[in-house]
Design a protein around this ligand. Structure first.
Ligand SMILES: Cc1cc2nc3c(=O)[nH]c(=O)nc-3n(C[C@H](O)[C@H](O)[C@H](O)COP(=O)(O)O)c2cc1C
Length: 163
């Protein structure tokens, strides 16, 4: 239920803001990998190094994410649109990508632009989502252009110098 603003207008306005695209992963106690496409990811603090993202309460991943102590953020590269689509679909997600286990078994996906490994600091409620705040322990970059999401579509980066 939305307050004064119409849900469509809210979505449209948010769609004007381009974001990167991540797949955030973790493992359950038995080592089964879980992951989902997330564009609400962002940096929160430099000292200590904190990041945040939000997950809808009804997500299939939520019960595992809510218990997990460690996560990996896979910042998708420009040629990983299909990975973004797979990780918000009902497919067997991890059979469609090459990956390895990182810190506390959180999956690191091959071909990403960056991997950010973190442990949970806080979990807060925010409307129909939960906000995850995590402390970064490791980060690696691979000098690949990122995948962008804008107005419900995918793109990549062209810098002013390249235009
Ligand atoms: C580009 C993109 C960004 C998304 N960002 C988020 C997000 O920040 N938080 C969220 O809860 N869902 C987000 N989703 C939707 C979830 O990926 C999707 O609802 C979820 O994976 C559904 O599967 P599940 O219920 O099996 O987890 C996003 C989807 C796409 C395509």
């Amino acid at each position: 239920m939305m307050g004064a603003i119409d849900a469509r207008h809210f979505r449209n306005a948010m769609g004007e803001m381009p974001t990167g695209v991540t797949v955030i992963t973790t493992s359950d106690e038995g080592g089964t990998p879980f992951g989902m496409t997330v564009s609400s990811f962002g940096s929160l603090s430099l000292d200590p190094p904190l990041v945040l993202w939000s997950v809808i309460e009804t997500s299939y991943c939520m019960p595992v994410f809510a218990k997990s102590k460690a996560f990996a953020i896979n910042v998708l590269a420009h040629d990983q649109e299909v990975v973004s689509r797979v990780f918000c679909s009902p497919m067997d997600r991890f059979s469609h990508v090459a990956w390895n286990r990182g810190l506390h078994d959180s999956p690191l996906i091959d071909g990403a632009a960056a991997w950010i490994e973190c442990v949970r600091e806080k979990l807060a409620r925010g409307g129909d989502h939960r906000i995850f705040i995590a402390r970064v322990l490791n980060a690696r970059t691979f000098d690949r252009k990122p995948l962008l999401h804008w107005r419900g579509d995918y793109g990549s980066v062209t810098t002013m110098a390249q235009a």
